[in-house]
Write a protein that binds this ligand. Structure first.
Ligand code: SF4
Length: 571
């Protein structure tokens, strides 16, 4: 049981602060967060013990409380989103200037949120790397093993819930094993403040994390024309593999490369929304609101939209300017994806508080019928996956790139590790396995299957990571129809043109809805020991996709018939 509470901190807009002993020198923090406006719920956990010692009041936080908080936080962020994120999705649906594809993707993501909020299927099959950042006040006492207790709670959440284990332990430089519990987590703990323990919990998917970039620039970038040209090129090159619409972040400056990237990560969670909006001679960081709007407008004009063309490549933009050494100018670009998973928490003398996420995302859903979805996303062509690979290719052949299709039949699922294993077999002179010759391949890796369900959350992974295998696999008769998310390299389009292959893009993000509505059967075919990276056979019904690359080598993202996209591809 929980009860509502504001739980807000009394943190005030930063400025110069004096040290704990009163005699310490004043200093200017770089990141001066303002008042906390988060809405919290109180968790039903014992409040910390308040103890008096040395004439002061101390809070004693048991390790079990940290573990229980982490467990609840990762359960919440795996299933619930912020209300503001859902409002932004609904705004796309209601915007007459949004493209049909924008509205189709936004509606599907809202439907996905409603399924996920049932608490069984997580919102995305990639349930992320667990990241915790904590700031423990000087009057808050623990047994000192905070990272171990937090890890205990994370382990409990990933084991207890239908989440995915994505972490690989390096046994040697080249051999890896899945750790089997999604650990280790990234835990960064700091000492700051007085009477509270503040925490930020993030579940960061691999595709989303891969869209974090550092550029070592110079003073020459610091004028409007140069900066905007630079941002236009770099933002377009992000592509769609991290499931837009994005929450986009740009950080300019920073006292080190890692400080710049860390600031970008924090800003992508909205942790730095309360920064000042002007600089100071002391070197404080600030949000540039005018540039945020300018960059947001730039993202609308790119034409990439919410994955398949349109206006909504990004929900919003944060631009943070930091102080820098005169000889360097680091710039970071990062995103938070459609699985916008984070929550802040506070432990105070009053209790344990966790950010209150939206429990009823269905209230943001428009009245949806299959007809209205079809209308939003253009005409749909039903494609039966029965018969031989030639039959399937025959049904796809002649459909213009950009055509929305609805797939029914069997797919074979294989991703990074399975591809590496199959490549070894081909290199050793073996044949392409029949399953990759006979069925379309879906690049994906499922979360755990809940009791009573045919499938766990099972959305697509980033196609670009498999690009280097395509020419060899297609030449050997495999991977002639591929299904995943994001754009592909020119080499893939060439290979499809040469071998008569197709790449179908599906919407990245709505993994819970796909599992509930579109996947009727899942079985392991090979490499069971690879866990979620095994080769699976799945049966799908009305699985949504778009023809992105056709058997003539035409690419929706670069062909004249597609949106404007001259995207610089990144694997
Ligand atoms: S929404 Fe897309 S980018 Fe985000 S975690 Fe899921 S698969 Fe990865």
């Amino acid at each position: 049981m929980t009860q509502q509470s504001s739980g807000q901190s009394s943190r005030q807009p930063g400025g110069e602060r004096s040290g704990p002993a009163g005699g310490a020198p004043a200093y200017t923090p770089i990141l001066q967060r303002g008042a906390d406006t988060t809405s919290y719920r109180r968790l039903d956990l014992p409040a910390p013990e308040v103890r008096e010692a040395l004439g002061r009041r101390f809070l004693e936080v048991p390790g079990e409380t940290l573990a229980a908080l982490a467990d609840t936080a990762f359960a919440d962020i795996s299933h619930y989103l912020r209300t503001s994120h859902l409002e932004q999705l609904r705004r796309i649906v209601d915007d007459p200037e949004a493209s049909g594809n924008d509205r189709y993707v936004a509606t599907d993501l809202l439907r996905n949120a409603a399924v996920s909020a049932g608490g069984v299927l997580p919102m995305c099959q990639d349930t992320g790397t667990a990241i915790v950042m904590g700031r423990r006040g000087r009057h808050v006492l623990t047994d000192g093993d905070d990272a171990a207790w937090l890890t205990d709670g994370i382990r409990s959440a990933y084991r207890r819930l239908n989440l995915r284990y994505s972490q690989l332990a390096p046994l040697t430089m080249y051999d890896e094993r899945n750790t089997g519990d999604n650990l280790p987590a990234q835990i960064d703990l700091m000492a700051e403040g007085d009477d509270a323990y503040e925490l930020l919990f993030v579940a960061k998917g691999g595709g989303s994390a891969n869209k974090s970039f550092l550029f070592q620039e110079t003073k020459a970038l610091l004028n409007e024309a140069s900066l905007m040209a630079f941002l236009r090129e770099k933002i377009a090159s992000l592509g769609t593999a991290a499931c837009p619409p994005y929450h986009l972040v740009v950080v300019v400056g920073g006292t080190s490369a890692e400080a710049t990237l860390k600031t970008a990560k924090l800003a992508s969670t909205k942790y730095l929304d309360s920064l000042p909006t002007t600089g100071s001679e002391g070197g404080r960081g600030f949000r540039d609101l005018a540039l945020e709007e300018q960059v947001h407008q730039l993202t609308r004009e790119l034409g990439i939209g919410a994955q398949f063309g349109g206006k909504y490549f990004c929900h919003d933009v944060r631009v943070v300017r930091l102080p820098r050494h005169g000889g360097s100018c680091p710039v970071a670009i990062a995103v938070s994806c459609s699985a916008d998973r984070q929550a802040v928490a506070r432990i105070t003398a009053e209790g344990v508080f966790l950010e209150d996420l939206e429990r009823d995302p269905a209230r943001f859903l428009p009245d949806v019928t299959e007809e209205s979805l079809a209308e939003a996303g253009s005409e749909v062509v039903a494609v039966d996956l029965a018969g031989s690979m030639d039959d399937i290719r025959g049904r796809l052949s002649g459909l213009p790139v950009g055509t929305r299709v609805s797939l029914t039949g069997d797919l074979v699922v294989a991703r990074d590790q399975a591809h590496a294993e199959i490549k070894k077999r081909l290199d050793a002179g073996e044949e392409m396995p029949d399953y990759l010759r006979d069925s379309p391949v879906y690049y994906a890796g499922p979360a755990k299957t809940p009791d009573g369900f045919a499938s766990g959350s099972f959305g697509p992974t980033t196609a670009g990571r498999m690009d280097t295998y395509v020419e060899q696999f297609q030449a050997a008769g495999g991977s002639l129809v591929m299904l995943a998310k994001g754009n592909r390299s020119a080499a893939v389009a060439r290979s499809c043109g040469e071998h008569g292959g197709f790449y179908l893009g599906t919407i990245g993000g709505p993994a819970a809805r796909l599992a509930q509505d579109c996947i009727t059967h899942v079985e392991v075919l090979e490499y069971e020991e690879l866990g979620m990276e095994a080769v699976w056979r799945v049966r799908v019904e009305d699985f949504p996709a778009f023809v992105v690359i056709d058997d003539q080598g035409r690419d929706f993202f670069t062909d004249d018939s597609g949106p404007v996209l001259q995207i610089t591809r990144r694997p």
